[in-house]
Design a protein around this ligand. Structure first.
Ligand code: EAX
Length: 351
């Protein structure tokens, strides 16, 4: 199947292309991890820490973002001898992803762990990551995100006053709804589907026949409950941890879009740290990223069974049919500000 998808996409890309033209100080000595976090959920860091970073996410405390941030909190406290920590604010407490990113840029908020969905609204080059069926496996995505392409995208966050510390994982996004089993794109026809505020995703879901309705994550549970939208799409880890299954009985494993998330910090905040602190922070962020990706993959695997046991119908689909239906998005790269040669570079690197 991998071959079929790449062939379809590579063929369209060929057409599209022809048509258009450090930180170097020694780390603080390792110490034993500091005392358990101050609150029962472990969201606030050790009270003894004097350098604290307020980090927001839209996701639930039991979800894969917060678990990764808690691991980073532990690592940061350990690497800094208990002097540095994270205070984690889940469930959109600090705002939606778009607003939090803006606030981090302005220095109103220290940090955010946000899906890449809203980022092209600020840095258009990120839109390349949103192309449908660009990545077939998480490992393919890691290769690109951890390599030259990912590095250069993160560097562009500088224009927003933000430092990006790497791509963590949200996961492959799957379509859910409450009325029927979705097997082929035609089943989506006329369905109001909540998407992220992302033009490429919206074009993709439109090509698949649905009516994409962009909305911030925090509004979606009520929107689904009240029938303002018929369905939504998100990775299984989000569907489960945010209890989307309470209002959506059908999940189709469409996986058209891979969704990474980025750990971001206000640039001036990071620059105000000493070299040792910067090093401890960067190492903690890096190790937590690897940990979170593993956690996320495990979560995704287990979620299939646990969602089934909750009575949810999970439908496997023939993704080659879906990829074919959505391939037209690759004809409109220019309109999204996506550089066709970069898409080709990514595809070639994954062959
Ligand atoms: O970042 O908005 C979304 O659908 C995201 O996947 C979610 O907030 C996690």
């Amino acid at each position: 199947m991998k071959k079929v998808l790449s062939m379809i996409i590579a063929a369209t890309m060929a057409l599209a292309i022809s048509a258009c033209g450090a930180k170097n100080e020694t780390p603080a000595a390792p110490t034993t991890p500091s005392a358990p976090a101050a609150n029962s959920e472990g969201l606030l860091g050790a009270s003894s820490a004097t350098v604290r970073f307020k980090v927001g996410t839209t996701t639930a405390p039991t979800g894969h973002y917060v678990k990764g941030l808690q691991e980073m909190q532990r690592l940061l406290e350990s690497k800094s001898g208990g002097t540095m920590t994270l205070d984690i604010y889940p469930n959109s407490q600090l705002g939606n992803e778009r607003d939090m990113m803006e606030n981090v840029g302005m220095g109103v908020q220290d940090m955010v762990l946000s899906s890449t969905g809203p980022i092209p609204n600020f840095v258009k080059e990120f839109a390349v990551l949103d192309l449908p069926y660009l990545f077939e496996t998480a490992e393919d995505a890691y290769e690109v995100l951890d390599g030259e392409v990912g590095e250069s995208l993160l560097a562009k966050l500088d224009s927003q006053g933000i430092i990006g510390f790497g791509f963590w994982e949200n996961g492959f996004r799957h379509v859910t709804n409450n009325t029927k089993e979705i097997k082929v794109p035609a089943d989506l026809k006329g369905m109001q589907l909540r998407t992220m505020e992302n033009k490429v995703h919206m074009a993709g879901y439109e090509a698949l026949g649905s009516i994409p309705t962009p909305m911030a994550w925090g509004e979606i549970f009520t929107a689904l409950q009240q029938g303002t939208v018929d369905g939504q799409e998100n990775p299984l880890a989000i569907i489960e941890s945010a209890k989307v299954y309470e209002v959506q009985k059908y999940i189709s494993l469409t996986g058209a879009f891979y969704s990474p998330c980025v750990l971001m910090m206000n640039e001036a905040k990071f620059n105000s740290l000493t070299a040792d602190q910067q090093k401890a922070f960067t190492e903690a962020a890096d190790e937590a990223k690897d940990w979170q990706r593993n956690y996320s993959q495990e979560y995704d695997k287990k979620a299939v069974e646990s969602l089934k046991s909750l009575g949810i119908t999970i439908t496997e689909v023939d993704t080659s049919v879906w990829a074919e239906a959505v391939v037209g998005v690759y004809d409109k790269l220019d309109s999204f500000g996506i550089d066709a040669s970069l898409v080709k570079q990514i595809q070639d690197s994954l062959k």
